[in-house]
Design a protein around this ligand. Sequence first.
Ligand SMILES: CC(=O)SCCNC(=O)CCNC(=O)[C@H](O)C(C)(C)COP(=O)(O)OP(=O)(O)OC[C@H]1O[C@@H](n2cnc3c(N)ncnc32)[C@H](O)[C@@H]1OP(=O)(O)O
Ligand SMILES: CC(C)C(=O)C(=O)O
Length: 567
Amino acid sequence: MPYHRYRPAHERVSLPGGGARSWPSARIERAPLWVPVDLRDGNQALAEPMGTDRKRRLFDLQVALGFKEIEVAYPSASRTDFEFVRHLAGAVQRGEVPEDVTVVVFTPARRDLIERTFAAIEGLPRAVVHLYAATAPVWRDVVLGRSRDEVRAMVEDAARLMVKLGGDREGLRFQFSPEVFNLTEPDFVLELCDALTGLWDASPDRPVTLNLPATVEIATPNVYADQIEYMHRNLARRDAVILSVHPHNDRGTGVACAELAVLAGAQRVEGCLFGNGERTGNVDLVTLALNLYTQGVDPMVDFSDIDEVRRTVEHCNRLPVHERHPYGGELVHTAFSGTHQDAISKGLDAHARRARELGVPEREAPWDVPYLPVDPADLGRSYEAVIRVNSQSGKGGVAHLLRAHRGLDLPRELRAEFARVVQTATDDSGGEADAELLWSLFESAYLAPGTDGESVRLADWRADQVDGAAGGEYRFVGALTVHDRPGDYEGTGPGPVSAFTRALAAAGVEVTVLDYAEHATSTGADAPAAAYVKCRVGERVVWGAGLAPATLTASVRAVLSAVNRAL
Ligand SMILES: CC(=O)SCCNC(=O)CCNC(=O)[C@H](O)C(C)(C)COP(=O)(O)OP(=O)(O)OC[C@H]1O[C@@H](n2cnc3c(N)ncnc32)[C@H](O)[C@@H]1OP(=O)(O)O
Ligand SMILES: CC(C)C(=O)C(=O)O
């Protein structure tokens, strides 16, 4: 590959004086103003641009999520976009749009198109008109065919026209974007931006937005951060400027660029939900906002039902969101691999314990669960999807699903044993074992023994305490069929389970109980009981399990399960 055709970024952009920087040691402690541009920049990247219905649906979603400034159209580009702005003007007048929401419309620096843009926003009480022009050398030379001075004149003419058409209109503000800011000479951008804030008479009461796009990402994010910090330090009328950024994602570092830009002084970030947009997309606002959220900073937007947001965005864009997309992808909170599942399962238990100790609901307790940077419940997701089992899963994941779906808390050794049963099944199928399949594997491995066709069957049994016996002896009496030979047997022991093993011994089946556990499968007096026993049966050591309304019955079934598994 002829890599020598490409030039490194430091040869293409350099800051006067090398660029002083304070951003490396800064922290983001509050959310910038997020401005979704899905309805303009995102829309212009779609094979089938949105009509009014889809645009309105996405706009309403963005309002509901809490965005306060929303770029809605390029009204001079098409009738659809013009009409959408007219539609919104009606919606605002009907009170359908909250008063703290401002719409932004986008225009190139061309007289006819600017006039059309102003016609579109007629009657809108609050709006930002966003002017853009290409300023980077290649664009000046190749696209516009204009020198720096000619570009400056073009931009200033456009800016003056905007003042003429709406300069004294209350509720109207102006925005400027030097296209491909990150490839434009810093002194030229500064010159243009300062000229515009002068021309538009930017003031703290009526600030101008200067939006500095990484139209095409060309360098590592630290370079963009330096460029933004340079502007932040050198812009005139800084207190009358809202410094905004608009990163694209050509190098896959749009999020990093936006975050470093905010560290460097940006106050506003334009992007799209789930990163739709030209080529590799605009920076993803969902990721940015939730990155802040998971640092304990209020993101000022609400993604508590992330799946609904994703579905709406997919519907409006007619594009899928990748399953691995940060925060919102279908699989991002799911672990298939054994050690991750084990850690998550232990982490969720520890979290529940911590909440109990602190006396707070689980949703309020500090979050520290391995492999899950965010509590899926905060995004409207259930824990059910967190652990999914396939052949790469281990005992932790298998045990978690049995506990979550069936209330079974298997002893550690039994977990390992059952995990091998599951792995054999998933290795054979090559697929996933969902909660239903796990249950049926557990049933046939542990709960089915003792039914018809098994080596040892038990019918009509009783286990009673023997009156007056020292230490409270038990007697077990039952009809046992061993290898198809029926008989009535009894045994006594210090507990009902040992009395049962003696009855089994009387029937010729030698069983020693090595370990035992039991628990209720849910809360409440009627909760069915689960019992687990580890037995030596002849030469073999096996686990058995039993479920029943009463603990004693569950224990007897567990012993029978072990015996039949061994035989
Ligand atoms: C980085 C960005 O996202 S920029 C926004 C990009 N978005 C879009 O282009 C979507 C909407 N665009 C459109 O519908 C059309 O391009 C229109 C209606 C704006 C203009 O259409 P046309 O007049 O047919 O021009 P065309 O689409 O070929 O655009 C190229 C012309 O625009 C000029 N141009 C490009 N950017 C600008 C600008 N910011 N200001 C003024 N003129 C510009 C080019 O120099 C070229 O002019 P030329 O024909 O004299 O060489
Ligand atoms: C902000 C505008 C000009 C834009 O969409 C870009 O540069 O990517």
